[in-house]
Design a protein around this ligand. Sequence first.
Ligand code: PLP
Length: 401
Amino acid sequence: MTLYLDAAASDGVDQDVIDAMVPFLTQAYANPSSVHTDGKTAAQALAAARGSIAQDLGAKPTEVIFTSGGTESDNAAIKGIALAEVRRSLLLRSSAHGSDSQPSDETAPRRILISAVEHPAVSESAQWLHDFFGFDVVRIPVDAQAHIDLTRLQEEAAKGATLACIMMANNEVGTIEPVKQAIAICHSHGVPVHVDAVQAVGTIPVDFHNFDADTLAASGHKFGAPKGLGILCARSRVALEPLMSGGGQERGIRSGTPNVAGAVGLAVALHEACERMHDTLPALESSRDALIRAVLDAVPFAQLTGDPHARLPGHASFVFPGINAEALLVDLDTRGIEVSSGSACAIGRSEAPSTLLAMGFTETEAKSALRMSFREPLSPADITLIAQGLRSSLAELHIAA
Ligand code: PLP
């Protein structure tokens, strides 16, 4: 039997999600932009999926844009907002040129504020804007539990910025960020905010309007939909330059024939995840806390990473100082326990998880990080198996726990 503890990287698709998708692959497969009857059937299914997702995320249907995943949603929001600002400044400059007056300084400074623990889909998008358009990327530090420093955010937002990016929950250490407060701070200085909610959506309550976020990214394969399906929520008040040129689908922000079956699957998976959340949240949290206690008891030199309380309900992460996490991960795998070292995106690279470095861990400590993540509560037997597996793996690696 395998214990899959890598849900934060990806998870399985429930049968009813597949069942809901199949008719839109085999029968109602028409292009939703087509005007014939089958096209209208597909368009209606797309609209219903959009409406359901909007309701589950506290957004309006017109604010929901279908994408290919969390990475695309982050890129579309961050580059889209920044490039809209570039377009605005070009227009202002050309109109000032035409009228022989001075160029206006009405544009926001080309600065992007990002928390120091953002996923590469965010940090590399900001870096791209630096490389190609000269935006300054300002990294807002975090504390030892990965909470963003709100005082620094306030200071930097006061200097003006095109955009701030603050993740809702960290993928590597599970800490839930004070997103609502951070957004209020940024807005008080006129700075729009993009929220990467990829790890949060379907796991903890997310309310786009209540947070007052300007854009928000989610990814289907984190909550029971197939891979390659994402959501971008975007308020109409923010200008977004589309990254994709084409037929103008999805409010012109994401051209390309919409994936109707995928949208239907996303909506079903999200709705089920949101409904399940209310029933399973306490059990998930208590099994997480029991797992944390069991690991710390079994391996007294291990340390929990991230906030012990304000953390994702199915997320336990540790450092095992003095140990190479990859070796531990491989040995645990031979015992049927599948975990990850830091974030899935860092696997295959020998880099230390960037979140842990930003939290003040040394490079060696960061390379000893393991993450265990799950969507269903673990049983006491699972927890015992994990704790015993860890002790056996450490013994195999000749390390006394
Ligand atoms: N943002 C965060 C916080 C993530 O954890 C991930 C994936 O793990 C992404 C963005 C990228 O999402 P996707 O895999 O759907 O491209």
